[in-house]
Design a protein around this ligand. Structure first.
Ligand SMILES: C[S@@+](CC[C@H](N)C(=O)[O-])C[C@H]1O[C@@H](n2cnc3c(N)ncnc32)[C@H](O)[C@@H]1O
Length: 378
């Protein structure tokens, strides 16, 4: 395959060398999931381990992309309506946030939820983001804590905004030109000049559903995100989980026409599809297969009464409208309303982002899914 030339800057040289060594010690090839984990999370070097601003509304701030809580505090205030209901329904008083970024969502939730939350726990792979979160949340010292590892047992409401899309995926490539259209795992090797290069190896791995047609096809599978749901299933004794992210159900994910996969990079508010370039200087993500997340939960063998149920699955627009965003928008000046509208507009985040909610034990009627629930489409 064609080599990809990279020109490592001083900032990325150490990370580049680290990944090259990992590839060499693995015999010249690593899966894309490992490459992605190294590029994003290598301590001290990876994109999420470094000091780059990452989140922000405009490239002028040096940021790479904007997330809903960075766009407007109305996001967290509206999600808080659902979290408050879930705390009351499950008789719990703790919130667990995974991948808290700058801490913006934590601040919005803590302010809106008040005394309903006794303890707010943040789990984030990034040490530098943790420092940023601590600075932003000083007011809530005593209520907020940070953990590196999950306790054996947890109770409460889990939230994760754009965390599932940040988990490493494996790449699968079907070569249409081969007899039978054989499947390969796409990984990363190194050229003699040190450039990273795509390399495919035959594999028994397959997408979860058959892809019609004999054409070239590139896609992802999400074993790490599925394992994450399983870990939460094992540890959460009582409570519910709300994941907000971009993605689709598997019929759409593995549609024959979506033949280039969904891996995207974000830098300075520009998207590109080449994760082998500028490694460490940009975010790398893949869309979420929400069917796989729901099945990982539903199929997990857990003792009676301890299993996951799907509470709901819908678009971010339906979810936020159900939780009362329009009334909150009315109290905002025009500039605030304009930003909040992006959360629900179809061509912005409204349709592309989804909310998947799980709960332990019997499902209950959650306000966020009162209208427009799409669980049947998973
Ligand atoms: C795209 S950012 C989203 C940040 C924030 N939630 C927001 O909406 O602005 C992804 C975040 O997930 C964190 N992350 C990725 N994998 C994680 C994991 N397995 N456990 C906890 N945090 C994780 C990253 O360090 C980063 O803070």
């Amino acid at each position: 395959m064609q080599a990809v030339t990279t020109e490592p800057t001083s900032l990325t040289t150490a990370l580049h060398t680290h990944i090259v060594q990992a590839i060499q010690s693995a015999g010249g090839w690593i899966g894309f999931d490992r490459f992605l984990a190294l590029a994003l999370y290598t301590p001290g070097l990876g994109y999420y381990a470094g000091d780059l601003p990452k989140f922000g509304a405009m490239p002028q701030s040096g940021s790479d992309f904007v997330t809903a809580p960075e766009l407007t505090p109305l996001f967290g205030q509206t999600l808080a309506v659902q979290v408050a209901e879930a705390l009351a329904r499950t008789g719990t008083d703790e919130v667990w946030e995974f991948g808290a970024g700058s801490g913006a969502l934590a601040l919005q939730l803590l302010e809106a939820l008040g005394d309903a939350v006794r303890c707010y726990t943040i789990i984030d792979l990034s040490g530098t983001l943790r420092a940023r979160q601590q600075l932003l949340l000083t007011k809530y010292e005593g209520k907020v804590r940070w953990l590196h590892a999950l306790p054996e047992q947890m109770e409460g409401i889990i939230v994760g905004n754009e965390v599932l899309d940040a988990m490493p995926v494996q790449l699968l490539a079907r070569h249409g030109g081969d007899v039978d259209g054989r499947w390969h795992e796409r990984g990363v090797g190194v050229e003699a000049d040190g450039a990273f290069i795509w390399e495919d190896r035959p594999t028994d791995l397959r997408p979860p559903i058959d892809i019609e047609g004999p054409h070239d096809y590139l896609t992802e599978i999400h074993p790490q995100a599925q394992a994450f749901i399983h870990t939460l299933g094992d540890r959460l004794v009582r409570g519910a989980a709300f994941f907000i992210d971009y993605g689709f159900g598997e019929d759409e994910y593995y549609h024959p026409q979506r033949h280039m996969g969904t891996v995207m990079c974000h830098r300075a508010h520009q998207a590109d599809d080449n994760p082998l370039l500028d490694v460490g200087l940009k975010d790398i993500t893949a869309h979420v297969n929400f069917t796989a997340m729901a099945l990982a939960a539903q199929d997990q063998p857990l003792p009676a009464g301890q299993g996951w149920s799907v509470l709901g699955y819908t678009t971010q627009a339906h979810f936020l409208i159900n939780c009362g965003l329009p009334a909150k928008m009315e109290q905002q000046p025009l500039s605030g309303r304009t930003l909040a509208a992006k959360l629900i507009m179809e061509h912005e985040m409204g349709e592309f982002f989804k909310v998947l909610a799980l709960c332990k034990g019997e499902p209950w009627e959650a306000i966020g899914f009162a209208r427009g629930d799409r669980t049947h489409r998973l």
